[in-house]
Structure formats: C-alpha cells, structure tokens
Design a protein around this ligand. Sequence first.
Ligand code: UDP
Length: 254
Amino acid sequence: MSRRRQIYEGKAKILFEGPEPGTLVQYFKDDATAFNNKKKGTIVGKGVLNNRISEYLMMRLNEMGVPTHFVRRLNMREQLIKELEIIPIEVVVRNVAAGSLAQRLGLKEGTNLPRSIVEFYYKSDELNDPMVSEEHITCFGWATPQEIDEMMALGLRVNDFLSGLFLGIGIRLVDFKLEFGRHWQNEEMRILLADEISPDNCRLWDLQTNEKMDKDRFRRDLGNVAEAYQEVARRLGILPEGGPRDLKGPAVMQ
Ligand code: UDP
C-alpha cells in the first residue's frame, strides 16, 4: 500500500507520516464498522467516495472561514492533512430526531427538533463513547471551557452551512459528528476541524422520499450502501464521469 511509516490505524482510515514535519497522510479504507465494532463489513469504493466528499466539504468550509486540517487531496484514497493533537470529544450536531437521541428520549425518528442541539461524547471504544457534559470535559481536562465554546460555535456554523448546501441538492442534514484538534503555529494554538465529513458520520435523507443516503444503510442492512454514497457525490457534482476508477461496483460483504 505504502512505504511510509504508519502512525495510527482506525476503523475507516489509516494515518501515515506526511512528506514534511507537521503533516500526515490520511488514507480512506473501504472498511465499515457499526455498533462499536460489533458489526464489520466492507463497502467497496467507500474510501474513494469519502475521500472525495470530505475533500469537497472541507474545502467549502475552509472558504467560508471554518479552519480545517485539510491541505489537499493526493490521490483516490489519500489526502494531506495538518498534524493535530486530537481533542478526545465527538461533537454531534442534530436537526432532526434520529439514532441514539430518538431511542434515548422515545422520540419518533424524523421529528424536526425545535432548535439544533449540540452534544458531546467521550471518544473511548472500551466505554462505547459515553455521552458527557461540559462539566465532565473540563473536570477531566479533555478540553478547556474556551475550547468547548469554540467547538460548539464551529459545530453550529458547520451545521448552518452544510444544512443549506445539502438542502440545495435535495438532501436533509439530519445529524452529524465532528472532531476537532489543536494546531500550534508560532506559539499560537488554534482549534481546527479534523477527521472527515462524509456519509459515514452524517445522517443524510432524501428530501422527497426520506430515503437514507448514509451509513444507516449499512447499520440497518438496507442494501445499496455504495450506491447511496455515490448518489451523494453525484448530487454534490463531484463524481467523475463513469465513477471513480477503482470503484468496482457496489457490494457489501460481511
Ligand atoms: N456518529 C459517528 N460516530 C460515532 C457516533 C455517531 O459518526 O461514533 C454520527 C452518526 O453517524 C450520526 C450522528 O453522529 O450521524 C449521531 O449519532 P447517534 O448518536 O444517533 O448514534 P448512532 O445511532 O450512530 O449510534
């Protein structure tokens, strides 16, 4: 795959040492997991699509002033990113009741929320990413109050921007998960948006039919997972003619 030194391997991506200090190469795999690793599979071509979708969304966010770790896409499956110190908090923004929120509070999936909600989860596979409050985050030193404010403000800006962008292509942005990290430059620290933004960590529903166009198709065995990701890319206008070169056709193997 690559001769570069591997820094970290996660469920959907691998990080390699970058070409210069302070950079990393983010490689997108076709592997998919759900329910804290209990369900595993491969969505053929997912890595190529998520690399492209995340590149596009991060570039658009950068343009409107949301600082991100994205530098540039290198090839079909890899992008160059800035090396960050990842804050161990998942920031979830919700517009519509779905998933764990619908379950926990007994809400009907699809109910519009009176206003957008920001939630925090502690990144820990062993603990199954428990939901935490600002009190927990500051008490255990995972982030400072200022960093929490910054993550919330950026989360809401990302939500406003992406909600509009997806609405324009007939997609409802139900919820999504963001990760942030600290970046130092000339003694100054800035919080940057990290990780990826793709159908792996967003809920995207077709505006007309409510059909799911995201990882719930994999989680809930709805089929046509790769087709749904491809349709998101197509509507964003970033699917090359004939589809990505090493996209061998949609399939889910478990
Ligand atoms: N999410 C994610 N990674 C996680 C947990 C959640 O990307 O480890 C995303 C998920 O795809 C959805 C949103 O965050 O878009 C909210 O997820 P939820 O809390 O409803 O949990 P889930 O139903 O995914 O277990």
